[in-house]
Design a protein around this ligand. Structure first.
Ligand SMILES: *Cc1c(COP(=O)(O)O)cnc(C)c1O
Length: 224
């Protein structure tokens, strides 16, 4: 527990230093990624003052939610199947709108619910086959479409950099995400957030303007 608090404090200091270096002056929200960890990890991280947790699989998250009493905000950071959009009742934000078809399904769900669902548009800046998301060249067109979707509130962009990318590649990916956010704004969307940065690259992401970092390993150690 003390170890975890030490980790949280160390990470917060590293984030603050990266904001200084980057010069964007943004506030950064720490989302603790608790996938592959039990409900106890959620309780423990909340006790350390972290109010946001991220899960990448719906069923694992719902199972955990049933056992957690800490009032955390749950972020769905992984792919959502279109037939599972109802699960969005249980999350504060969906980070991974990775296709027009999913956007339409979420919009339809939000419309039925009578409240817009908070989402981020996932962008695949370098076109990695193994990852989902829109190519940068498709974002402007999708933004125009989303501007007509009252069932979603588009809060910004999410991206993942390739593992083991060079610093130059990381900066190019994160700058691409910033560009995508500009395209969303140009279409009239709210788009203030940039969800980018994982354990291996969060300082560079924050230097490049991240407003949300999603951190697992650096807080909890390696996943098993
Ligand atoms: C697992 C995961 C993370 C956290 O990764 P770490 O390297 O452990 O910090 C962040 N974002 C997404 C989408 C993930 O699936």
């Amino acid at each position: 527990m003390q170890d975890l608090l030490d980790q949280v404090n160390a990470v917060r200091e590293r984030i603050a230093a990266a904001v200084q270096r980057g010069g964007h002056g943004q506030a950064v929200r720490l989302v603790a990624v608790t996938k592959n960890h039990g409900p106890d990890a959620v309780e423990a991280i909340h006790a350390c003052g972290v109010e946001d947790v991220g899960e990448n699989r719906v069923q694992e998250a719902l199972d955990k939610q049933a056992m957690v009493t800490a009032p955390v905000r749950w972020h769905l950071i992984g792919h959502l199947q279109r037939n599972k959009v109802k699960a969005l009742d249980h999350f504060a934000m969906l980070h991974a709108v990775d296709s027009s078809r999913l956007a339409d399904a979420v919009h339809a769900f939000g419309t039925v619910r009578g409240r817009a669902v908070d989402v981020l548009v996932q962008v695949n800046v370098v076109g990695e086959e193994s990852k989902g998301g829109f190519a940068l060249s498709d974002v402007a067109r999708e933004a125009e479409r989303l501007a007509g979707c009252s069932g979603v509130r588009v809060l910004g962009v999410m991206t993942m950099a390739p593992l083991d990318a060079s610093e130059a590649t990381l900066r190019a990916v994160f700058a691409g995400a910033r560009q995508a956010r500009e395209m969303l704004r140009a279409a009239g969307l709210e788009a203030t957030e940039l969800s980018m940065g994982m354990s291996g690259d969060f300082e560079v992401a924050v230097e490049e303007g991240a407003t949300i970092v999603r951190l697992g390993t650096v807080l909890f150690g390696e996943r098993h």
